[in-house]
Design a protein around this ligand. Sequence first.
Ligand code: MTE
Ligand code: MO
Length: 255
Amino acid sequence: MNNIENWSEKKLKRRTFYSFASFGLAATVGIFGYKWYRGLPFDDNGLSSATRKVLNFNEKINKFFFSNHHLVQTFDKSKAVLVPRTNGDVGMDTELDANTWKLKVYNPAKKETIYVGIEEIKALPKQEITFDFKCIEGWTEIVNYGGAKLSDFFEKFGLGEKLNNEAFYKYVGMETPDGTYFVGLDMASAMHPQTILCYELNGQALPDEHGAPLRLIIPVKYGVKNLKRIGTISFSDERPRDYWHEDGYDYDAAL
Ligand SMILES: Nc1nc2c(c(=O)[nH]1)N[C@H]1C(S)=C(S)[C@@H](COP(=O)(O)O)O[C@H]1N2
Ligand SMILES: [Mo]
């Protein structure tokens, strides 16, 4: 046997050994894994409790996104400015009739588009928040906004979750009705308990320049993500387009 043959035979033997060894390892893990699984407590249906537990919407949110909630600091309502500064009006330069306005939501799980009126959003539990609003241009201001939790809205209309699947879409996209200002949000930030679909400022109807009839208030993000005058909401696993990100800003715009 010459050297080359000798060498390749050795290599072949070694390879066979490795593939045999890894097969053995996989089988062992499989067997132990199965035994471990079988060792879990069983309920009367014969299913292990790990398989059986059906989580409600909030449990799922907590399970998938939050091990512990980091809440943004809040302040007493009296600390809020009476007239917040107005900044940015992209997508807000036409008249909008709040009575005929409907929020358009595309739900890819059911491949359906729904239209939701402002009254349906106002019917959800109201949440108010007084927090320090931060613009990347360098100013901050304590403001008081009110509306419905975005997570309550998602739950009510069966949004954000994939079908028959213990999973949420990775991103939420929101755009103005004319599509000229748009933001992409990671699902955890969208589901954050302080994120609201906002229709009030200091307890009064949201003024036009602050995004009437409905804007996003997302205190875990910089101002840029707090889209005014929401027209559409959609869900995806790909990053939705984002106005300021297209201009080179950090996609997350997290504080
Ligand atoms: N439709 C729309 N929403 C927008 C903007 C915009 O130009 N158009 N600017 C953003 C920026 S940069 C900031 S700081 C906040 C300002 O919100 P305010 O005018 O209510 O204070 O709105 C955000 N939402
Ligand atoms: Mo901003």
